[in-house]
Design a binder for this molecule. Structure first.
Ligand SMILES: [Zn+2]
Ligand SMILES: [Zn+2]
Length: 580
């Protein structure tokens, strides 16, 4: 008797030890209500903070993906009603995969709505046995749930159609045998967005990837899953848990009404790559391979952040929204700007950067310290930043605030990655400040304002050991004017054969001005010769610069970079074509 009790207790402890880490993962927020909101078009979020549920609304009734826990069904109902829809209009019920956190409420939800339940074939046994047929959790009492009858059995590529909306079921097995990634095209304000709702890419703690008698093909399935996910076109990046796609971080920006933060193809690619890496590492470990093909892996793509204002995002030029989908705008505004151009140059030079920007119109670095620390405070490999064009908004020409806030940002970034490379960009002289009588540099010259701004940035760079140096963008502009490439005074017209680096306000850059800025940043960051981009450089072509203008500006950037103290050479390269 005593012996039996001891055994029972031991078994209980064993089960608790196995389920513990899995159940604990994010569990605290599984029951936490989350505001219902529209992700895009007819696709809405109706889940809890930790467990994602989606509602797809149509004129012929609605589709609900992930009934979640039984206890969350009333929460889902309230979310559906908060959005102005009827719970009883749910006609089709779907799941991401047959785990209790996504499907335990299915029986109750079917009963309340009469919805038809469609499940991927390989997950049907688990669903109809209330989790007992699950290859891993089948004997864990805490993972079981009320069985629900499946009305339609799905295969890879099957579609669910209702009221003109089509959802496609992609088998992405591994996490469960029938784990499903759902895709659909969403019409949002005249724009078609491809949504991908990831089933789960996770190798849970305790999963056997090798010699798994209960799921012999598990490792091969995981491999196929990553191939499938990488091939899916994705605009809207979503998944079965909010933490897959940073629901908590993106939702406030959605509410703020800026560009839709859930449109995040780069975030999707990054997430899938990271999860594949984790799977490969775990597989190698379980196979007893000491180092998981570490030599073959390419090093991670360096993360490059731009911090600044309209002088970076490109106010006054069509470059502002140029290739916005190639960079991550951390403020969700949807800018491409100089960061996207630098990235395009790097790509043509065969260098990859994962580029983000945090830019706010009309602000100095003090604003980013005060308001954006939570956004920029993460590990970066490279950061380039610039301050307000008059040095201080309220005290023009006074460098004190710039010096102080540059040091504060450097300290913040350094605390997240001690190896971060941070550079300041010295900006250009503003014609509107030099020539008109009301200008703060009136009575001096473009050259003087350039030198004053540069001196302020030099002092800022000297103020922190974490600041590597100053990128001479303003001086490159000056050099362009002094060598006859650019006109120095737009108030008396633009000389024949010259470009104007300022836009119509004689303040912000023109496309030519930003092009030169991007060339200097690119050359300084990479140590590559901007002249190698050549006459056929793609950005110049797409933004309407002539080939001769492009090479003249590349030469100016090269000369300015070579004039920097300590630089003896810039490496040349053969450009590769930029994808459309
Ligand atoms: Zn799961
Ligand atoms: Zn889950």
């Amino acid at each position: 008797m005593i012996r039996h009790r001891f055994l029972a207790l031991a078994l209980l402890l064993f089960v608790a030890a196995l389920t513990g880490p899995v159940r604990a993962q994010g569990r605290s927020d599984w029951l936490t209500p989350f505001p219902a909101f529209t992700i895009a078009g007819n696709l809405h979020y109706v889940g809890s903070a930790g467990l994602a549920s989606y509602l797809v609304t149509t004129p012929e009734g609605h589709v609900l993906l992930n009934p979640s826990l039984e206890a969350n069904v009333p929460l889902i109902r309230r979310s559906v009603e908060d959005l102005g829809f009827k719970f009883s209009d749910i006609k089709v019920l779907l799941i991401s995969h047959a785990h209790w956190d996504h499907n335990a409420g299915a029986a109750l939800l079917k009963q309340e709505t009469g919805a038809r339940y469609a499940v991927m074939a390989a997950d049907v046994a688990a669903v109809e046995s209330g989790g007992r047929a699950d290859f891993h959790y089948g004997s864990f009492p805490g993972s079981l749930y009320p069985p629900a009858r499946v009305d339609r059995v799905l295969r890879d590529g099957d579609t669910v159609e209702l009221g003109g909306t089509v959802l496609t079921a992609r088998l992405t097995a591994g996490h469960t045998k029938g784990c499903t990634t759902w895709t659909l095209a969403v019409n949002d304000a005249g724009r078609t967005l491809q949504a991908v709702i990831i089933g789960s890419p996770n190798v849970n703690s305790g999963y056997k990837l090798v010699d798994n008698a209960a799921y012999p093909g598990i490792a091969a399935d995981f491999g196929r899953m990553f191939a499938t996910l990488k091939a899916l076109p994705c605009d809207l990046f979503l998944g079965s848990h909010g933490n897959y796609f940073d629901l908590a971080g993106k939702h406030p920006r959605r509410a703020a009404g800026a560009a839709n933060p859930f449109v995040d193809p780069a975030g999707y690619a990054r997430y899938v790559a990271g999860k594949e890496q984790a799977f490969r590492t775990e597989l190698a470990k379980q196979r007893g391979e000491p180092r998981p093909a570490a030599t073959k892996e390419s090093p991670p793509t360096p993360r490059l952040l731009f911090i600044g204002n309209s002088f970076l995002f490109g106010s006054g030029s069509p470059l502002r929204y140029y290739r916005a989908d190639t960079v991550t705008d951390l403020n969700g505004t949807g800018f491409g700007g100089v960061p996207a151009v630098v990235k395009a140059f790097a790509t043509q030079a065969g260098r990859a950067f994962d580029v983000s920007q945090e830019t706010v119109s009309g602000q100095g670095l003090d604003h980013h310290v005060a308001e954006k620390a939570g956004v920029i405070g993460r590990p970066w490999d490279h950061v380039v930043m610039l301050g307000y064009s008059l040095l201080d908004r309220n005290r023009p020409r006074d460098p004190a605030l710039l010096i102080r806030s540059a040091k504060q940002i450097a300290d913040l970034l350094h605390s997240h990655n001690p190896r971060v490379d941070i550079r300041l960009i010295a900006t250009w002289a503003r014609a509107d400040q030099v020539y008109p009588a009301k200008g703060h540099w009136h009575g001096t010259s473009v050259e003087q304002m350039t030198r004053d701004v540069r001196a302020a940035y030099d002092r800022a760079a000297a103020g922190s050991p974490h600041l590597r140096g100053v990128i001479p963008v303003g001086e490159a502009w000056l050099r362009a004017m002094q060598t006859g490439v650019a006109d120095p005074n737009p108030y008396d017209g633009i000389a024949f054969g010259q470009v104007c680096l300022w836009t119509h306000d004689h303040y912000h850059g023109s496309t030519h001005g930003y092009y030169l800025e991007a060339l200097v940043i690119f050359g300084d960051l990479t140590g590559l010769d901007p002249r190698s981009l050549g006459k056929g450089e793609r950005v110049a072509f797409e933004l309407g610069l002539s080939g001769d203008q492009a090479i003249a500006l590349q030469q100016v950037a090269y000369d300015e970079l070579m004039a920097m103290k300590g630089r003896t050479r810039l490496e040349s390269f053969t450009p590769v074509a930029l994808a459309k």
